[in-house]
Ligand binder design. Structure first.
Ligand code: CTP
Ligand code: CA
Length: 225
């Protein structure tokens, strides 16, 4: 009924959310990583559950999972890709909040890399696949939601990413200010949707930001009916 629909507008929808920074091994004890805490992804998972969706969180971090959320733990971009590949076709949407490392070691050393008489170390890196561009290109009915973390020219870079990733919605995040974004509990983002005016959300807690993003996802979903 209408009342139920208003309370749980995403009932029956299956959402995939990625969270945290991927960790790309250099050797058995070291990895290349980044500053993503995973908090935004977990907040989005919670907000999606509040809206009635079934949520699977593909996560690289060990945070407390929101109630009702299924968590799949991964480390690398490749593991994340595999976990998504197994679930994307049966899903109704993908929220790509993870900070996927752009590069990984061209070769992972099988033994711990040792120092060598004060000499430096040169690492050969190779580019990781762009996961969201892959799923954006192959999507059917799924809603694909991307993030963009930028330190400069936020909107210009974000618009380009929205196109490149064939996303339905992009959340642009200025990571140059230390009071928002990486690691902290609050965030200030701009929502960018093809053919719609950009919406600047105010500086909010991550859960409030997540609820505002989910509101927008609900609008996207409603527009197709
Ligand atoms: N992303 C992804 N796979 C990658 C890199 C990024 O799926 N190999 C996703 C991120 O999860 C995010 C979006 O793409 O949703 C944008 O990530 P970002 O790092 O801002 O952009 P990149 O496309 O990696 O471009 P660059 O870092 O060079 O600015
Ligand atoms: Ca990147």
């Amino acid at each position: 009924n209408l009342r139920q629909q208003q309370k749980t507008p995403l009932a029956g929808k299956n959402y995939l959310v990625t969270a945290g920074g991927t960790k790309e091994a250099l050797d058995p004890v070291r990895f290349i990583g980044n500053r993503s805490s995973g908090k935004m992804g977990y907040a989005l998972a919670q907000a999606l559950v509040e809206a009635g969706a079934q949520v699977t969180l593909i996560s690289t971090v060990d945070l407390k999972a929101p109630w009702g959320v299924k968590v799949v733990t991964v480390q690398t971009a490749h593991e994340m890709e595999f976990a998504l590949e197994q679930r994307f076709d049966q899903s109704d949407g993908l929220v790509m909040a993870a900070a996927v490392a752009d590069f990984r070691a061209a070769q992972v050393a099988t033994q711990k890399i040792k120092k060598n008489n004060g000499q430096g170390l040169e690492l050969q890196l190779t580019q990781n696949p762009d996961l969201i561009a892959h799923f954006g290109a192959k999507k059917g009915h799924q809603k694909v939601i991307a993030f963009a973390a930028e330190t400069n020219d936020l909107i210009t870079h974000a618009q380009a990413k929205l196109k490149k990733k064939n996303a339905d919605l992009l959340i642009a995040n200025d990571v140059s200010k230390s009071d928002r974004g990486f690691g902290v509990d609050q965030n200030q983002v701009t929502l960018i949707e093809p053919g719609q005016p950009n919406v600047d959300l105010p500086l909010l807690s991550k859960i409030e930001t997540a609820r505002a993003i989910v509101k927008r996802i609900i609008q996207l979903t409603a527009r197709e009916n």
